[in-house]
Ligand binder design. Sequence first.
Ligand code: SF4
Length: 347
Amino acid sequence: MSHERAKVDFELDAGAKTFSSGLLPELIAALRRSRPGDLLAVISADPAVGDGLEAWCRFTRNTLIDTATEAGRTRWLIRCGEAPTDADADRPLGSRLWLYTNFDCNLRCDYCCVRSSPKAPRRALGLERVQRIAKEAAELGIGEIFVTGGEPFMLPDIGGILLACAAVAPTTVLTNGMLVVGRRLETLCSLPRGRVGLQISLDSPTPELHDRHRGKGSWARALRGIENARAAGFRVRLAATVSSEAEAEEFRRFLDEQQIAEEDRVIRRIALRGFATEGISLARADLLPEITITAEGVYWHPVGAEDNDLLITRDIFPLAAAFAAVHHAFARETEHQRRLARIFNCA
Ligand code: SF4
């Protein structure tokens, strides 16, 4: 092994910890203590930790520079990069607003973080409430709105909802793309291109993987939705949910081939929430808050928008008070927890 232990700045013995049982906060804490160029060694007897580390390095822009196994224990050496988190970490709290317009969906993806499906109750936010949220959000200087679900295009009033949001801030609607046809496409076409964009889920360059998680035929229909939205002149961001670094890399190559701009790509790992039985375990301390509103209340982050541990308040209005409650909850986190906070990008 070329990297001597004496040169390592931090050494982290993972013991029995893995990415789903406490390793992530320790890594983030080590990273926060480090400076660019520092070397961090992680040691574990569990070779599976390596997969997670590889992905973690990729997502946090650190570099895995060496791996060595000795007496049944592996030692991974990481060079800490320039930016422990990305520029999103500097985004002011409250500049981004997420709206869960509904929870029913035409798909039932096996990793859906909010348990959406055709059988899920709609739990609609409703046009009237969205209009009031938009009005009050304007007064709070919101910079960006994300509309998600469930599948927002299941709603008959999705046009009005997007229009209300777009009047206040640039708005992105997250969709599985399957309904971007027919009359829903016509509705979309009535919206201002410069203010409304789409983020369409596509998990893999070919149907197999996407359809395995999302249902047979869903890949082809998503692709048609992407083409329809683009042909209609809308900005389309592609979002893949992946379970390994290998899948992420494959999708990255596909995006390169398709010449998709960096700002129109989202690749994220499956979060261990909702229907998911495996994935990255994310607690409140692991997430920087992004204010998220559902019919049930205000949540810390869109990745757990129906989980009690991320619920901030049941009272949406006045919106200023809801925002203050999120700020207050964030301030209440201990200094230590704040150091552990990390971005988990949903958009
Ligand atoms: S992941 Fe998206 S498309 Fe899949 S069930 Fe959940 S809301 Fe629907």
